[in-house]
Design a protein around this ligand. Sequence first.
Ligand SMILES: [Zn+2]
Ligand SMILES: [Zn+2]
Length: 284
Amino acid sequence: MCCTAAASGSRSTGLLEATWQGRSHSLSVRRRGNGGSAVRVTIVGSGDAFGSGGRFQTCIALRPDELGHPPHTLVDCGATSLTALRSQDIDPNDITTVVITHLHGDHFGGLPFLILDGQFRRRTQDLTVMGPPGTRERLAQAMEVLYPGSSTTQRRFAVHVHEHAAREATTRAGVHVVPFEVRHAAGAPSFAVRVGIGDGTTMAYSGDTEWTDSLLHAAAGADLFLVEGYSVKPVRWHLDLDTLARHRHHFDCRRLLLTHMSPSALDSDLTDWDTTHDGYTLSL
Ligand SMILES: [Zn+2]
Ligand SMILES: [Zn+2]
């Protein structure tokens, strides 16, 4: 299927239809045809929750791949993300949409800082947050714990929260998201997400999860599948390299990249894998 061929640089031309048939609905993802690159991806944070390898927590920035166009979409915004964005010279005020996979601090804990930074730097552009059911309440709670009173402050911009419904496609501010429920305990449902911007280019991200066939559905037809390679051997709620290797040939994606690695994975032999690091960029 995709991944080794993709890593060597080949890609299909013309139109590829990847279709997932669900119980009551179906969705299709159109892969771009010939033409130039459409989306620039920056891995702003490639780490796990605990700063393993000195890496920032999960944060991926997307933008149209045109000169001078700033990143406008984040996929996950871990607690360290404001620092990580600044280290990549990305202005947090340019971010208009944040897609959240699940409600753990290393994936959504940067939102209060992003919002407060916008407040203090006189942001006027609204911010859209697309996250799991419960995002609205958990974000307000996080803001109140960290900066009491901040959840109800009047600002020059609004924060619009849209909560995922499994396998329901939603488009907000030009960002197309399909969430796929996965197996990870976060006090609310957790998701892998497929995110499309531009002319149909898609990036899928596993979030944190044990193995589930939902990952195959999320990655189907994606130009990039960013996947958790947390540990070498199976651990509860996370994805390990042994399990991923067993399923690797089933993924129908153009390229597969490992992220969110713990010390055991970082110290293992990764020569058979494509891996990320903070500041890694690629064009899709
Ligand atoms: Zn998690
Ligand atoms: Zn995590």
